[in-house]
Structures are given as structure tokens and as C-alpha cells.
Ligand binder design. Structure first.
Ligand code: SF4
Length: 856
């Protein structure tokens, strides 16, 4: 090795049969420059399978891989027969079962698929992707038997078999090779009629030497063809995952592509041919004879040797491996230079943009223009942080204007994350259809005008207000992480199942279905604030229906009584929330209650009335809600108020538990009164003695979350990077301490938002630094955060020491100690050599601020 780190391979394409029963004229295996299939064994031998399984197992152990994907491929893999595939799957399971998660797939033309194959795939958890180019006319254009017969009926029969209840969970999706001669909408509609969980539109393999067929004068036929489908797909509310579009949206939002044809993510895939030779991607067969060869094989070489092969390694270098044109391209993070094979031209080899470059630019720009909110807020937000605001923040302060700029950037970020959760949720095959349908219902409320733009008529302010809720980002990040973990898995959480009540715990007991269903709660909150009519499903989580930023409707008894009370088919894990101008109606199973919308908005305790399905007040024999099996009470988010500031005391949101210590359960009225009293006095302390910090707090602190007092003591606070605008704290012993906690922790909030916008530290510096105030060592960014907070602590005690009050001597000692620690930390930062120019500017401003401080 030359010192570079090679990414382990985690995707293996195992060629189990090198021949095919169809003779598609666009096939890259048989119709390309590379004709190596002639000399290969027809079927893979048991020795090759066994050695391949051992090589993968060895690789998994060496690199401690959590999961690998093995795709059974051909030719046509089903030509191996059921018995042949059983032996292969058994061998793979024996070698890899228990070592890591084994994601097995088969790509087939479908014509031989039978129940017997499906039963085998069911036993081994093999997901099946079927190639189908659209309707009969489209499919027959290329996908025919050698004698010219159509394969359409057999392929559709295979897909229908996969769509039956028995085998639906094996149905991975449809692979459609584009022919621009086909009507795109007819292709789209015909594929959707087969209810695929996902569709992959594939550009026909081509190079600069063998360019794609084009007929339109625009020269961007493929973009035009895909754009027609994209627009229709958007208008339909994204009824199916479409890998090309999902990947562009994900990369625009700062995420990763799910196809090697797009994006900059490294490709770590190895092909094993029927003779046991390792090859690079099949698509290279279209470039020149022998292009995929590595000269390596499973009998003599480990997979570590393969990943060091120059051709394989070239796919792992991201931007650096692209042509100069691509490196300067404005859409390169989404495009990634397109499919590697499509860059080929004799002479310059792969050092070119894609032969589809014009199409890729046009398509990506179209998606970007249609979904402007998807583009990372952070990239756009860099333009809205003024230099003056940056300078103020760098010096440890920042007024309302600077905080307002950070707030706008965070709102855009939350909007992009919300969109990403929706798109990834509805396109993830692992998410049950019912959950995706609920998400689509919620999205329709959020996306009612301007195509897919997030806008509720007359309620843009309402959306903005809900996007201002700090824990929306914590929820979105949690959903995206869980979606990425289950990608390719069978779904483990159940439809809406709440595994473990969780109470006010840290959310680990909430199923992914309930997490994704929270999109309905967000939509309901937007509708309530915007006076829009809406009807959405909302999960009943920890015994309550949560409406972010507003409060929760506790309906706990339903879960216990559901078996006795709910009609057949009803589900106590989901509530139906209906909103109109006057009322919010919540139905769980057969039971319903209604709450006056104005009271919810005002944050008042409010009357909860039973209601019938038509929304009218329920008249029961005893007049009690409990007689309907639904005992419900509304718990509003209460507000801590003082002159010039209002902060929500958040003790209902299910995603608030993202701070360092555990969130406290709902406070009693007496406990809330103690918080209010302490908060009002703390604010008076800040206004009187630490006025420079007041404007930022008044402008940016939106939420205070009570935490459980810890062994670290009662006077602890916490800020979370995922929750800009929120602080968490145990109720401090007194107002001075609360004032200090508010100021100190809000420093973390401010700098966290700045770090979301700018790199202040070199991410490549993996060294740990020991801060002067902590025993343990942490990364450089943590030291910067700590120094920034300590700067305010030092200033706080300096101000207290100058008051001449009882704590003067203690305050002076604390000031000297904080000041010394802060100065030492700033020196450490400056000496690290790992601050970016902007990071150096922050450190310099902090150094000037601390140098200017004097006790007298
Ligand atoms: S659009 Fe063209 S220039 Fe831009 S990254 Fe893709 S292939 Fe390269």
C-alpha cells in the first residue's frame, strides 16, 4: 500500500450463471465490446462459491463489517435452478451467518420465477429485483427471446407473483432501462400499476466512443425523458421510490446517493465471475475488451488485494478521481461525474465528464429548481451571515440581528431535513406501505401549493413557526439515522408498534413507524397554527398524541383497554387528528374528543369534550368521557415569561430528550411555578448585571427543558447541537446560578449554529486535547466550544465581583480561575495549527475579548 486507506468492499456481485434465456439487444454482458462471457463456465462451481464465501467472511472479519450485500447475478441467475441456488445460498449463509448482516439480492429477468424460487428466497431472505422496461410496447422493443418472442407476459407474471401477500416482502423493485423512443409517462404508469416498492431508471450504457442514441434537437433527450416522469412523480406525491430522483434529492440535501451512477460516495463493489475471477463493475464491459479485468481470483487473492487494485481504488477517491471539468461543475456533488463507464473515451480513458453530462446537468438543475428548499440550508445560509454578525459572534456576543441570521439558517436546515425524512421514508422499501401512506397524507398538508414546495395556503407563517421548534431537527436526524440503518433490512419495528412505553425516557422504545409518523404531528401543528383544514394520522407515543410546540393529549388508558373497546381493525397506536378553524378533533379507534383550537394556540389548559364521528359533541348516558373508554386530558406547553422574554418550558415533546442528561417528566403546577419564579429572577439578574448577553437570549432562546437532577449536582445545564434555540437544565438552587447556566449554555447554542455554517477546525485533525477545566481529552472542536462558553463564564463572574455583594470574594476567585482557563484554552487552540482561517478569526476575537477584561 502507498499509505492510502482503502475502503473495504461491502457489495459483491456473484455471477452464478453466465448465460441468459433472453437476447435483449441492449444487454451490456453480451452486446458490448467485452465478450469475455464466451470463455467462462456457464454455471458457477461449488468450489468457486465456497471460496467466495470464505473470502467475504475473511474480509468481514478483517474490517469488522456490520453488513455486506451479495447480489446473485448473471446472465440469468434463475437458470441455476432452485437446487443450484439453494446450494449457493446455503454456502453463503454457512460462511457469513452470525458474522454480519447478510443482505441477499437477486436480479432477474423474471421469466423463470416460480413459487418454488420464491419459497427458497423467503427462506433465505433474498430480495428480488426484476428487469422490466415499461409497458408491452416498451418492453418488446429490446427484451425478447432469441427467436423474437416477447418476454413481457412472463416478466409481468413474475412481478405479480412477487406482489402477492405471501411474497411481497421479497419484492425489491423494478429495473427499467431507458429508451427515449418510449413514452415516459406510459412507462411510468405501467410500472406503477405493478406496485413496486422502488423503481430504478437506468441510462443505457454508452461511452464517448459509442454514444447513446439521440433523436431530439435539444441533445438532452434523456434528461427531458426523466424530467417528464419527475414532474409527474412530484404531482402524484412521490407514490414510489425512484432511485435516480431520490439520490439527486438526497445529495442536494447533503446526504448520500443510493446509486453508483450518481454522487461522490466511494464505490466498494467487487464482481466475482463464474470462474472465480474478480472483476470490476460489469458496466465497464461497454468500454473496451478486458476493461473489467483485475487479473485476480478468489483462489489466490484476498479481497484486500482487490480493493488495492488501481481500477477499484479509483472508484473510492471521490472528487479527486474526476476530470477537471467535473471538479469545477456546480452540480458535481449530486452528479459525481455520472456512471464511471460512461466517462470513457479512447485516449483520455476515464478522465472525462459523462457522455450524459448535458442530461445530468439539466436533470439535477430541474430537481433543484423544483425543490429549492432541499438544497442544504447551510450552503445558502453562508450568504446571509453578515461579516458584522460573524465578528460579534466571534467575540462571544452577538445581538438580535446576528441571532436572527443564525435562526433563519437553522430554519432552512430543518426544512431540508423535514423534506429528506419524507423522501427517504416514503421511498424506503423497509418501511411498511401503511406508514408510507400516512406520511404521504401528512406531506399533502405540508405541500399544498407550489408543487412540492412546503407551503400551506394562508399558513406560511405557521410552517415557519413549527420549523422554529428546536426539537424538529433532533426528530429528523433520528429518523434519517434509523432509516439508513434499516436500509435493505426487513422491517423490524412493526407497523406503529410502540415497543416499551418509554414514558419520558430517551425515546429508544419508540418504533421507526412512530418516529416517521411524527410527520403527521408536525403537519397537524402547522394546520392548527395556520387555520388550515387537515386530516392526518398521528402516532400515540408513550400514551399521548403529541403536537410539537403546542402540547400533548394524554390518552393512556386506551392502550390498556384497547382490546375491549376498539372495534375490529382499529389501531390504538394511531390517532386521527382533524383540524378546522374552530376545533381539533382526535379519534383513537371508536373514541373521539375535541379541543377548541384557539385554546390550544393560546397555550391554555383547555376543555376536552367527547365527540362523535361527525364532530358533534357526544351525548353519552353518563356524560363522562371514560364511559367511551377514552380518558383524555390536554397538557399544554407552558411559557416562562419575564419582561422582554418568553420561553416555552418544554416538558411534553417526545424528542426533547437529546441533551446530556435525562429529561424530566411533566412538571406539576407547583413545580412549574418554582421554575417561573426562578426564571423571572434570573432574567432580572441578566438584565441588571450581564446586559450584553440579554438581546441574544431574548432573540434566540425559545425553549427551556427541565432535566432530572444528576449525580453531577443540581446546577447543570446542557445544549444540544441538534436543538438550536433550546437549553436543558435541572432547576438550579437560585436565580444567579440559573442566569449563569442560561448565559453559559447559550454560548454553546450560538457557536454550534456557527459551526453548522462554517468549518472552524480542520476535520482531519483527529488529535485529542485536554481542556484546562476537564480531566478527559476531547477533539479540537470541543475545546473551541468549551473556551467560547468559558469566555462568558469569566465575564459573568467579573461582573458579579464588581457588584460588591456578599459573594464578591467568591466571584473574584471564580473570575480569575475562568479567565486563566479561557486564556490557556485559546492559546491551545491557536497553537494547534488546525484552525481554519475563520477559526483563527474566532480565536483571535476571543483572545482580544479576554485580554480586554479587567476586574477593576
Ligand atoms: S454534470 Fe457533467 S461536468 Fe458535472 S459532474 Fe456530471 S458529468 Fe461532470
Amino acid at each position: 500500500m502507498d499509505g492510502r486507506v482503502f475502503m473495504p468492499a461491502d457489495q459483491f456481485v456473484l455471477k452464478v450463471n453466465s448465460r441468459c434465456d433472453l437476447a435483449c439487444d441492449h444487454c451490456y454482458v453480451y452486446e458490448s465490446a467485452d465478450q469475455s462471457w464466451h470463455g467462462r463456465p456457464i454455471a458457477v462451481s461449488p468450489e468457486v462459491v465456497s471460496r467466495t464465501a470464505q473470502r467475504i467472511a475473511e474480509h468481514v472479519k478483517t474490517h469488522e463489517l456490520d453488513s455486506v450485500e451479495v447480489v446473485l447475478h448473471g446472465g440469468e441467475p434463475l437458470l441455476c435452478g432452485v437446487a443450484g441456488l439453494r446450494r449457493i445460498l446455503g454456502e453463503l449463509a454457512a460462511a457469513l451467518g452470525g458474522l454480519c448482516r447478510l443482505d441477499l439480492r437477486v436480479h432477474t429477468n423474471g421469466v423463470l420465477l416460480t413459487e418454488k424460487f420464491c419459497e427458497l428466497f423467503d427462506a433465505h431472505g433474498v430480495h428480488v429485483g426484476v428487469s422490466l422496461d415499461g409497458d408491452r410496447a416498451a418492453n418488446d422493443r429490446h427484451r425478447r427471446y432469441r427467436d423474437g418472442r416477447s418476454s413481457y407476459d412472463q416478466a409481468v407474471r413474475a412481478v405479480e407473483l412477487l406482489g402477492t401477500d405471501r411474497f411481497r416482502h421479497l419484492y425489491a423493485g423494478l429495473l427499467c432501462t431507458i429508451d427515449v423512443a418510449n413514452d415516459p409517462i406510459a412507462v411510468y404508469e405501467s410500472l406503477l400499476r405493478l406496485s413496486p416498492p422502488r423503481v430504478d431508471f437506468l441510462l443505457p450504457h454508452a461511452t464517448w466512443d459509442s454514444p447513446p442514441v439521440r433523436t431530439a434537437a435539444s441533445g438532452t433527450d434523456y434528461a427531458d425523458w426523466l424530467i417528464e416522469i419527475f414532474d409527474r412523480w412530484q404531482a402524484d406525491g412521490n407514490p414510489v421510490g425512484i432511485r435516480t430522483f431520490d439520490s439527486i434529492i438526497a445529495t442536494l440535501a447533503g446526504g448520500q446517493s443510493s446509486t453508483e451512477a450518481l454522487g461522490l460516495a466511494p464505490v466498494a463493489m467487487v464482481v466475482i465471475e463464474t470462474d472465480g475471477t474478480y472483476e470490476q463493475a460489469d458496466s465497464l464491459k461497454v468500454t473496451y475488451a478486458g476493461a473489467p479485468e483485475t487479473g485476480l481470483d478468489v483462489f489466490r487473492h484476498s479481497l484486500d488485494t482487490v480493493i488495492e487494485h488501481p481500477g477499484v481504488a479509483a472508484r473510492q477517491r471521490g472528487l479527486a478521481s474526476l476530470s477537471a471539468t467535473c471538479r469545477q461543475c456546480p452540480v458535481v456533488t449530486s452528479c459525481g461525474g455520472g456512471m464511471y463507464a460512461h466517462r470513457y473515451r479512447e485516449g483520455s480513458q476515464f478522465d472525462n465528464p459523462s457522455v450524459y453530462c448535458g442530461d445530468l446537468i439539466k436533470l439535477i438543475e430541474h430537481v433543484k429548481d423544483t425543490l429549492p428548499h432541499v438544497t442544504p440550508a447551510l450552503r445558502r445560509a453562508t450568504h446571509v451571515i453578515s461579516d458584522g454578525a460573524f465578528a460579534e459572534l466571534a467575540a462571544g456576543l452577538g445581538g438580535a440581528e446576528a441571532i436572527g441570521q443564525l435562526t433563519q439558517a437553522q430554519r432552512s436546515l430543518r426544512r431540508a431535513l423535514l423534506t429528506a425524512v419524507y423522501h427517504e421514508g416514503v421511498s424506503a422499501p423497509a418501511v411498511p406501505v401503511a406508514v408510507r401512506e400516512r406520511m404521504r397524507g401528512a406531506w399533502q398538508v405540508l405541500a399544498m401549493s407550489g408543487g412540492d414546495r412546503l407551503a400551506v395556503p394562508r399558513a406560511l407563517g405557521a410552517l415557519d413557526s413549527v420549523l422554529g421548534h428546536p426539537y424538529l431537527r433532533a426528530w429528523a436526524v433520528r429518523c434519517l439515522e434509523r432509516l439508513r440503518r434499516v436500509a435493505g433490512d426487513g422491517y423490524a419495528g412493526g407497523d406503529g408498534q410502540i415497543s416499551g412505553a418509554g414514558g419520558d425516557g430517551r425515546g429508544s422504545g419508540v418504533s421507526l413507524a412512530a418516529d416517521l409518523g411524527h410527520l403527521g404531528a408536525i403537519a397537524a401543528a402547522v394546520a392548527i397554527r395556520g387555520q388550515a383544514r387537515a386530516r392526518v394520522a398521528v402516532p400515540v407515543t408513550s400514551g399521548a398524541v403529541h403536537l410539537p410546540g403546542l402540547g400533548r393529549l394524554v390518552v393512556e388508558p386506551v392502550a390498556a383497554e384497547s382490546a375491549a373497546v376498539l372495534p375490529p381493525g382499529a389501531d390504538a397506536r394511531w390517532a386521527l387528528v382533524e383540524v378546522d378553524a374552530d376545533w381539533v378533533r382526535v379519534r383513537v379507534g371508536a373514541n373521539g374528543v375535541r379541543l377548541p383550537r384557539p385554546s390550544l394556540l393560546a397555550g391554555e389548559p383547555c376543555r376536552v369534550e367527547p365527540c362523535e364521528a361527525d364532530g358533534t359533541v357526544a351525548v353519552s348516558s353518563d356524560g363522562l368521557l371514560s364511559s367511551h373508554g377514552l380518558s383524555a386530558r390536554w397538557e399544554p406547553v407552558r411559557v416562562l415569561a419575564a419582561p422582554g422574554i418568553r420561553v416555552a418550558l418544554e416538558d411534553t415533546d417526545p424528542y426533547r430528550d437529546c441533551h446530556q442528561w435525562q429529561a424530566a417528566p411533566r412538571l406539576t403546577d407547583a413545580e412549574f411555578a418554582r421554575w417561573q419564579n426562578c426564571f423571572a429572577l434570573a432574567w432580572r439578574e441578566i438584565q441588571a448585571n450581564h446586559g450584553a448577553y440579554g438581546p441574544a437570549l431574548a432573540a434566540g432562546l425559545g425553549v427551556l427543558t427541565p432535566m432530572v437532577a444528576t449525580s453531577a449536582g443540581q446546577d447543570v445545564g446542557s445544549a444540544a447541537r441538534q436543538a438550536f434555540g433550546a437549553l436543558a437544565a435541572a432547576l438550579p438552587a437560585g436565580p444567579v446560578t440559573m442566569a449563569l447556566l442560561l448565559i453559559q449554555e447559550f454560548q454553546h447554542v450560538k457557536l454550534g449554529a456557527v459551526l453548522d455554517l462554517f468549518d472552524l477546525c480542520d476535520p482531519a485533525d483527529k488529535r485529542l486535547y485536554k481542556a484546562p477545566w476537564r480531566a478527559e481529552s476531547k477533539p479540537l472542536e470541543w475545546l473551541l466550544q468549551g473556551a467560547y462558553a468559558q469566555l462568558a463564564v469569566s465575564e459573568f463572574w467579573r461582573a458579579r465581583a464588581r457588584l460588591g455583594e456578599d459573594d464578591q470574594a467568591r466571584a473574584a476567585r471564580r473570575y480569575e480561575r475562568s479567565r486563566a482557563r479561557t486564556a490557556a484554552a485559546i492559546a491551545m487552540l491557536a497553537g494547534s495549527g488546525s484552525l481554519t482561517p475563520l477559526g483563527e478569526r474566532v480565536a483571535d476575537q476571543m483572545r482580544k475579548a479576554i485580554s480586554a477584561e479587567r476586574l477593576s
